[in-house]
Design a protein around this ligand. Structure first.
Ligand SMILES: Nc1ncnc2c1ncn2[C@@H]1O[C@H](COP(=O)(O)OP(=O)(O)O)[C@@H](O)[C@H]1O
Ligand SMILES: [Mg+2]
Length: 363
């Protein structure tokens, strides 16, 4: 068993040993042609080292053995006159070439070790950061909720509640919203962040559409909806779409169009929320999915935003192996979420149109 394990581990070294010994035998048997097997030995050793990077001690021993053996082979032939004496200089030259290779290989390995260590440190830091974010948000939630509760009681029991109370309540609500979103983001790294189920996409999107079209006076449109089964986390998908539609509502005026649609693309589906809103400036759009990204901070704050909605959308979509994108101009924005794991229903084109019509009839 042990011998087999050793053979498995060291088969390349053993193969090289056999190859080198055979070449050494040829050196001795055919002294006139010995420079060919001689070079084979050295080149194959250099090749072997490239794959194996032996420890320093083994390197010295192997180098010494090859140096002495090939030196004796060539030296003997120089003495008996089958090779000129200058051939002997090949031995230190080949050793120097081998050592240069050893040096470069070690430099490369040291650089790789540093990179590996740095990446492990970065990973540990990220885990620590995530845990801190989660714990801090979690711990802050309770005192904020208690403070808000007390303030609400105070406001209710006071005969003339001061306007400062409303400001304080608004701010506490804002903190609660931020904490909730931070908690959600902190969970994004955990393996159970998304629990995938099979979602019937058409009724799911219709439901999102119906909920929103009833709360905001916009020119709501349900575009073509690809019907089929999507493997996704329903809660995550709902949060992502709600965030996009919420943004579309926030950044459009009454009567402006907001369209929800989806299209199949191979085994993926692209869900889109398009609006006729203010659009996003070119310099803001490049980092719009980052945490705390805000295209227009003053306006965002006035609208009650904190810049975490799209970061959450991005985290949810990425956890599904998909990706987000946005196209924007002064005429409006279109956010697209691409999800893999979609199986389009047969006769989907008909059902999607029928679905849109059915919904139009309901409204
Ligand atoms: N549909 C949209 N139209 C115009 N600007 C948008 C739209 N969606 C997002 N934005 C911009 O992107 C920023 C980030 O959005 P988001 O992450 O949802 O944060 P929040 O809504 O909390 O401000 C917003 O502050 C806004 O400036
Ligand atoms: Mg938002």
């Amino acid at each position: 068993m042990r011998a087999i394990a050793f053979l498995r581990r060291r088969w390349l070294e053993l193969a090289w040993g056999v190859f080198a010994a055979a070449n050494f035998a040829v050196m001795l048997a055919l002294p006139r042609w010995e420079t060919i097997p001689f070079h084979f030995i050295w080149v194959s050793l250099t090749l072997l080292y490239g794959f194996r990077l032996f420890p320093a001690k083994a390197t010295v021993v192997i180098l010494a053995v090859v140096f002495v053996a090939t030196g004796i082979g060539i030296g003997h032939d120089a003495v008996v006159g089958t090779q000129p004496w200058d051939e002997i200089s090949e031995v230190p030259l080949m050793s120097a070439m081998f050592l240069a290779m050893v040096w470069h290989a070690h430099r490369r390995r040291a650089a790789l070790d540093v990179a590996k260590e740095e990446s492990a440190q970065r990973e540990a830091m990220l885990v620590q950061q995530g845990r801190f974010l989660h714990d801090a948000s979690h711990e802050l939630r309770t005192p904020v909720t208690i403070a808000r509760g007390h303030l609400e009681v105070l406001k209710r029991t006071r005969r003339n509640p001061s306007p400062e109370m409303d400001v304080a309540l608004d701010e506490l609500e804002r903190i609660e919203r931020i904490l909730e979103r931070l908690l959600l983001l902190a969970k994004a790294e955990q393996p159970d962040f998304v629990v995938v189920e099979t979602i019937d996409l058409e009724p799911f999107l219709e439901d999102v559409f119906m909920r929103w079209s009833e709360v905001a006076p916009r020119s709501w449109r349900l575009g073509k909806v690809a019907a089929g089964a999507l493997a996704a986390d329903p809660e995550g998908l709902r949060i992502a779409l709600d965030s996009l539609v919420e943004n579309a509502v926030k950044h459009t005026d009454t009567g402006a169009a907001i369209e929800l649609r989806s299209r199949a693309s191979g085994a993926s589906v692209v869900i889109e929320v398009a609006d006729e809103g203010s659009g996003i400036s070119a310099d803001a759009v490049s980092h719009i999915f980052d945490r705390f990204a805000r295209a227009d901070p003053a306006r965002t704050r006035a609208l009650g935003g904190v810049g975490l909605g799209l970061a959450i959308v991005d985290a949810i979509v990425k956890a599904h192996g998909g990706h987000c994108s946005v196209k924007t101009s002064t005429a409006g924005s279109t956010f697209s979420l691409q999800f893999p794991g979609f199986r389009e229903a047969e006769g989907a084109a008909y059902t999607s149109v029928a679905g849109a019509r059915r919904l139009a009839g309901m409204r």
